[in-house]
Design a binder for this molecule. Structure first.
Ligand SMILES: Cc1cc2nc3c(=O)[nH]c(=O)nc-3n(C[C@H](O)[C@H](O)[C@H](O)COP(=O)(O)O)c2cc1C
Ligand code: SF4
Length: 767
C-alpha cells in the first residue's frame, strides 16, 4: 500500500504541485481583496494623507450646529424657541454650577406688617418644598433665609452676592409692598440705582446669581391699575435687579391686591418660582427662550435697541447714551427751590440753594407713565412712620422735623437732676429743647433706638420745609409739652417758670441735622432768640460741615476708631463712609479755633472699645478737638439692637468707661497732645477730656459763657472772627470735676421709682 502511494506520487507529482500552488494563489487573492486592513502604526505621516472630504455648506450647518454658533458669536444673537440645553460655554460651566448647593434668600420690606407676616409663612413653605426636592433628587439646597430690608447692610448683598463657605449658588426672591410715601423701599431702590451707576463697580455685579424674582403687594382701591401706581415699586425693583444681574429674571414680577386677590396671585407666583428654582438647580441655569429669562449675552441685542423698558430716572441718561460724568445739570438748583413748601405767610421761604447739598442722585422719584415725578414728604402725616414716631412721643413738625421733651428735662423740672451737659457745660436741662430739622439719617447705627422708625438715605430727596415754619413749630410743640408737666407731682414752680423760656437747643434728637439744606438759617433763628446750639453730626457730610456757620458747640460722633469697626457699628449707607469720616475730622481740625469742637465717643463693649485706644488717639491727633466726651452706650432693648447682636452685656460699667478714658489720656500724654481728664457725670457714664486750651492757671474751664457767645455773634456775625476761648465760662464747679461724680448738688439723686439714693461712684475695676 505504501509502495502504491509512492508510485502514484512519482507519476503525478508535477500536476499535484501546480494545482496546490494555483489554489493557494487564488485563496490569497480572495483574502487580500476582502479583509479589513489594520491601521498603520509606524510611519503614519507618510501613509495617512490628510482627509479633505468634499462636503457641501448645507451639510455643515446641519451636522455641526456648534461650529455655526461659534462662527456667528461675534455678533448678538436672539434666542427663540423652547427650552434647550445651552451649547459651548454653558456645557463647560453647567456641571460645576450644578454641583454647588443652592441657597434662596427671601428679602422683604413691610411697614404695616402684612407683607412681613406673609414672608414669615412663606419661608416655611419654601423650606419644606426645598427639603422635598432634595429628597427626591440629588440636588443640594441650603436652608433658605428671610431678610428684612431694614435690618441688612445692602452692601453685603447687592454689590456682590455674599460668599458662603459652601460656595452656594444664590437665588434672590423679593416680597415688597409699594408705598408712595418715603419708606425703606426708596432707600433700597436708590442703592440699587447707585450701584448700577457706580463707575467703580461692574454695571451687572450680581450676574453670578442663579436668578431672582419679585412679588409686589399693593392696594387697588387707592391705586386701581399699574399706570396709577399699583405695585409700582415691585416693578422698579424688578427692573433694577434685571440690570444688576444681567437679566437673570427667573420669573415675571408678580402682583397682588392686598384687599382682594393677593393670596391667589401669590400662590401662583410661588409655584412658578419654585419650578424654576428646581429646574435651575438641576441644569445650573434658568433656561433659554423662556420669556424674561436668559443671561446678559442673550439679551445684548435688546440693550442695543436702546429703549429696553427699564426705569429711567430724572437725572439719568437713557441707557443707550453714554453715562454722564456724574455732574448734575445746573437746573437741579432750581429744583431745590421748587421742593420748598410755602411758609404760613404764603412766601415760598428761602429760594436760594444755600448749601452744597449732596444732590448727586436727587431726585430719585421714578417717572411713571403720564405722571410728573413726585417729590415725597419725608414723614407724611398719613404714614406709618409718622404714627410710630408720634407714639414714641415725638411731635412731628412739617414733614421732616421733630421735637421731643427728653427725660432729663422732666427730671430737672422735678429737681431730680440734670443731664451731663449741666455738669460739663452748664446747660440747664429744664430750659433745653431737643429737636432735629431732619428725621432722616445716613447711618443705621446698631445702638440707635429710633432705627427702624426713622427714614434713612444718603441724599436729601424730600420736600424741604422753610426754616421759619420749623422754628415756630418746634418751639410751639416744646412749650405744649412743658405745659403738660404743670400738674405732674414734684414739678418745682420756679423751674417750671424758667422752663417757659427755652435757652438751649440740642440738635441731636434723631437723624442728621446738617442734612437739612437750611440748617444755617435755622441756627440763625435760634441765636436771634439767644438760644444756644449744640449740634451733633455723624461725620458723613463733609461739604455741609465745611459750610456750617457759627454754632455754640459742634460735635461729631466718633463711633469707632477704624474703618471696619465703624462699618460694623454705624452701618453707614455711604460707600465712601470712611473717606467722608476722615474729611469731617480734617474740617473739624480747621475749625478748632472758630468753633468749640467736640468728639463724642460712644463705647459699646465688644464693638469699639477693646484694643482701640491707639486708634482713637490717632483720630484725636488728626482733628485736635477742643473736647472729647466719652460715654457708655445706653441699651435700648429693641429688636433692632438685638438683631445687631447688642445686649446688656455690651453696655460698659462706669469703671470700664473710666479705665478706657485713663488709657486714652495716657496715650494722649505720650503723644504730647496736651489733653487732660477734666470733668465727669457718673450717672450718665460720661467723662470729659479737654484740651489744655481750657485749663487756665491749673483750673479747668469747660463751662460756657452763653451771654458772651451771643454778644460776639451780634457784634461780629456768624462768620465773625473769634475763638472758643473768647466765650469760655467760669471755672468748672468743684462737684463736676473728675473724681467728684458730677451730680448737681441742688438736686436729689433718686432711682427710677423716685426713692432717694446715695451716690456711689466706682471708677476702678472691682477686686
Ligand atoms: C401711605 C400708603 C401709601 C401707599 N402707596 C401705595 C402705592 O403707591 N401703590 C400701591 O399699590 N399700594 C400702595 N399702598 C398700599 C400698600 O402697599 C398695601 O397696603 C400693602 O399691603 C402694605 O403692606 P405692608 O403693610 O406689609 O407693608 C400704600 C399704603 C399706604 C398706607
Ligand atoms: S446717627 Fe443717630 S439717628 Fe442716625 S442712625 Fe446713628 S444714632 Fe441713629
Amino acid at each position: 500500500m505504501r509502495q502504491d502511494l509512492v508510485d502514484v506520487w512519482h507519476a503525478y507529482r508535477t500536476p499535484i504541485i501546480l494545482s496546490a500552488l494555483l489554489l493557494l494563489a487564488g485563496l490569497r487573492i480572495f483574502l487580500h481583496t476582502t479583509e479589513d486592513r489594520e491601521p498603520l502604526v509606524a510611519l503614519p505621516k507618510i501613509y495617512n494623507e490628510p482627509q479633505q472630504p468634499q462636503v457641501s455648506e448645507k451639510t455643515i450647518s446641519k451636522a455641526q450646529p456648534v461650529a455655526e454658533t461659534e462662527k456667528k458669536s461675534s455678533g448678538p444673537r436672539r434666542i427663540k424657541g423652547g427650552v434647550t440645553r445651552k451649547a459651548s460655554q454653558e456645557d463647560k460651566t453647567a456641571p460645576a454650577e450644578h454641583d454647588r448647593p443652592a441657597k434662596v434668600l427671601v428679602f422683604f420690606s413691610s411697614v404695616t406688617t402684612k407683607t412681613e407676616k406673609i414672608a414669615h409663612d412663606y419661608i416655611k413653605t419654601l423650606e419644606a418644598f426645598l427639603d422635598q426636592k432634595a429628597n427626591e433628587t440629588d440636588d443640594k439646597f441650603l436652608k433658605p433665609e428671610l431678610l428684612d430690608l431694614t435690618e441688612i447692610d445692602f452692601e453685603d448683598y447687592f454689590v456682590s452676592p455674599p460668599k458662603s463657605p459652601e460656595g452656594a449658588a444664590y437665588f434672590y426672591l423679593f416680597l415688597i409692598p409699594s408705598y408712595n410715601i418715603d419708606t425703606i423701599n426708596d432707600t433700597f431702590l436708590q442703592h440699587l440705582q447707585e450701584t448700577h451707576h457706580d463707575f467703580r463697580i461692574d454695571t451687572a455685579p450680581l450676574s453670578s446669581l442663579v436668578g431672582y424674582s419679585v412679588f409686589g403687594f399693593g392696594d387697588k382701591e387707592g391705586w386701581p391699575n399699574e399706570d396709577e401706581g399699583f405695585c409700582f415699586q415691585a416693578k422698579e425693583l424688578d427692573k433694577w435687579m434685571s440690570k444688576l444681574t444681567g437679566r437673570k429674571r427667573a420669573y415675571p414680577v408678580g402682583m397682588g391686591d392686598m384687599k382682594s386677590d393677593h393670596a391667589e396671585r401669590f400662590t401662583e407666583w410661588t409655584f412658578g418660582v419654585q419650578e424654576v428654582i428646581a429646574q435651575a438647580s438641576q441644569t445650573g441655569f434658568l433656561g433659554e427662550g423662556v420669556p424674561g429669562s436668559g443671561d446678559a449675552v442673550e439679551s445684548d441685542d435688546e440693550e442695543a435697541e436702546g429703549d429696553d423698558g427699564e426705569v429711567v430716572f430724572d437725572d439719568e441718561e437713557p441707557s443707550n447714551s453714554k453715562e454722564s460724568d456724574g455732574s448734575r445739570p445746573l437746573d437741579d438748583v432750581e429744583d431745590l427751590g421748587k421742593m420748598i413748601r410755602p411758609s404760613k405767610d404764603g412766601n415760598e421761604g428761602p429760594r436760594k440753594a444755600a448749601l452744597a447739598v449732596d444732590f448727586t442722585t436727587y431726585p430719585s422719584a421714578s417717572k411713571r407713565k403720564g405722571q410728573a415725578p413726585v417729590i415725597k414728604e419725608m414723614v407724611a402725616k398719613d404714614s406709618p412712620t409718622y404714627n410710630a414716631l408720634t407714639k414714641q412721643g415725638y411731635s412731628i413738625v412739617g414733614s421732616h422735623s421733630g421735637v421731643k421733651i427728653c427725660r432729663w428735662t422732666k427730671s430737672a423740672l422735678r429737681g431730680r437732676g440734670s443731664c451731663y451737659k449741666y455738669s460739663l457745660y452748664g446747660i440747664n436741662s429744664h430750659q433745653c429743647m431737643e429737636t432735629t430739622p431732619s428725621l432722616s439719617c445716613s447711618n443705621k447705627c446698631v445702638f440707635c433706638w429710633r432705627h427702624g422708625t426713622n427714614p434713612v438715605g444718603t441724599t436729601w430727596r424730600w420736600v424741604v420745609d422753610p426754616p421759619e415754619m420749623i422754628f415756630d413749630g418746634v418751639k410751639e410743640n416744646h412749650y405744649k409739652k412743658i405745659k403738660m408737666m404743670r400738674g405732674v407731682p414734684g414739678v418745682r414752680a420756679e423751674r417750671y417758670a424758667e422752663a417757659l423760656r427755652i435757652r438751649h437747643c440740642a440738635l441731636s434728637l434723631v437723624g442728621e441735622p446738617i442734612f437739612y439744606p437750611y440748617i444755617n438759617e435755622f441756627l440763625a433763628m435760634l441765636h436771634n432768640e439767644r438760644i444756644s446750639s449744640f449740634l451733633v453730626c455723624n461725620a458723613q457730610h463733609p461739604d455741609q460741615l465745611a459750610a456750617l456757620k457759627a454754632v455754640t458747640q459742634l460735635y461729631v460722633s466718633i463711633d469707632a476708631s477704624n474703618k471696619d469697626s465703624l462699618k460694623k457699628i454705624d452701618r453707614p449707607l455711604h460707600r465712601d463712609f470712611w473717606e467722608r469720616f476722615l474729611r469731617c475730622l480734617d474740617i473739624l481740625r480747621e475749625k478748632r479755633f472758630r468753633h468749640r469742637t467736640v468728639y463724642r465717643l460712644t463705647l459699646v463693649k465688644g464693638f469699639n472699645v477693646e484694643d482701640e485706644v491707639e486708634g482713637y488717639a490717632q483720630l484725636i491727633e488728626r482733628g485736635l478737638p477742643c473736647f472729647v466726651e466719652v460715654k457708655g452706650v445706653t441699651y435700648c432693648g429693641t429688636s433692632t439692637s438685638s438683631n445687631a447682636g447688642l445686649s446688656m452685656s455690651n453696655v460698659p460699667f462706669y469703671w470700664e468707661v473710666c479705665e478706657f478714658v485713663k488709657a486714652l489720656d495716657r496715650r494722649l500724654q505720650e503723644k504730647g497732645l496736651g489733653y487732660g481728664i477734666a470733668a465727669e457725670h457718673a450717672h450718665s457714664c460720661c467723662v470729659l477730656l479737654a484740651s489744655n486750651r481750657f485749663n487756665v492757671d491749673g483750673k479747668w474751664h469747660t463751662h460756657i459763657d452763653y451771654q458772651r457767645f451771643f454778644e460776639l455773634l451780634e457784634e461780629r456775625g456768624p462768620d465773625g472772627d473769634w475763638t472758643p476761648e473768647d466765650y469760655m465760662g467760669p471755672p468748672t464747679p468743684e462737684w463736676a470735676l473728675w473724681g467728684n461724680g458730677g451730680f448737681d448738688p441742688r438736686d436729689e439723686r433718686v432711682d427710677r421709682k423716685g426713692r432717694k439714693m446715695e451716690a456711689v461712684v466706682s471708677r476702678e475695676a472691682p477686686e
